[in-house]
Design a protein around this ligand. Sequence first.
Ligand code: TYM
Length: 316
Amino acid sequence: MSKKVFLSGIQPSGKPHIGNYFGMMKQLLGQPEDYEVYVLIVDYHAMKSVRDSKEMKENIIAVVLDYLALGLDPNKVTFFKQSDVSEHTELCWIFDTITTMPYLMRAHAFKDAEAKNKEIDVGTFNYPMLMAADILLYGPDIIPVGADQKQHIEIARDTALKFNNTYGETFKLPEAMIMKEVAIIPGTDGQKMSKSYNNTIPLFAEYEEIKKAVMSIVTDSRGGVPQNVFAIHKLFRNENELNKIYAEKAGKYKELKELLVEDLEKFIAPLREKRKEFAKDIPKALAILKAGGEKAKKVASAKMDEVREKIGVSVY
Ligand code: TYM
């Protein structure tokens, strides 16, 4: 039986936060040894928000260190950045030619931008096609993601079907894996935790940063329980135990927040230490990423040969 293949990606558009971790990274790294896993840093996708080369470089390095500190084993996982495998943008173009504009106009990200009267760049409009290429080149079975990516996975499936119907069976249809309890991790304001909402708790935050973020949590309370504090807290402690503590300390928001700070610190401190070790040798960390890119390139390039054959441009 062939191995199950897992794949997912993150944009290097800022510091990864606990929403990214619980929504995606944990699932992706937690796969059994005999599964094949692809971990992508989607730097070309991040270009829609990062337009400064220094910042882009720093963000890429930061995500590499984060993953290594989380225990990513490069011998088991293909860990790479999108821009190292030009087949992604190549396949994206091919998908563009079989996808209609009205179809992409139904994408949430496009509709949100349009509703806000933003000037929408073509990259934002076309974002789901590049993501479909990221996925379909590697024939994954499962894509662990947070709920916000559900539609993108559906678009990847539709695109695979459309290509297969037009040119013959080529791409496997992937399934999204969205864990109900962590599908939408809330931020400090109760909305979805997101780099663009400024409501995150960074995954590798220093103690003071954790404290500042937790103290800023908006305390919307029902029955004396600060809901936004509880929603984050239950990621770090058993819910029954928490129910008891929150009942005992009903209304004592400061104490509950202090407890959350301690629990976050317990979780983050060892990760932070590991990350500092990896940060001592950045060239070594980047060599891991580069080698991952070379490995991914072989798979992607074989798939593209097949695609070129199917569409009829392979004439030699
Ligand atoms: P990105 O970089 O926004 O986020 C990375 C992953 O973190 C999840 N996530 C969350 N999950 C739960 N609660 C939250 N508050 C939360 N915030 C973020 C996201 O759902 C995502 O899984 N389009 C993708 C990147 C991408 C990709 C791919 C993913 C590009 N190509 C191919 C999978 C496969 C994105 O912008 O993720």
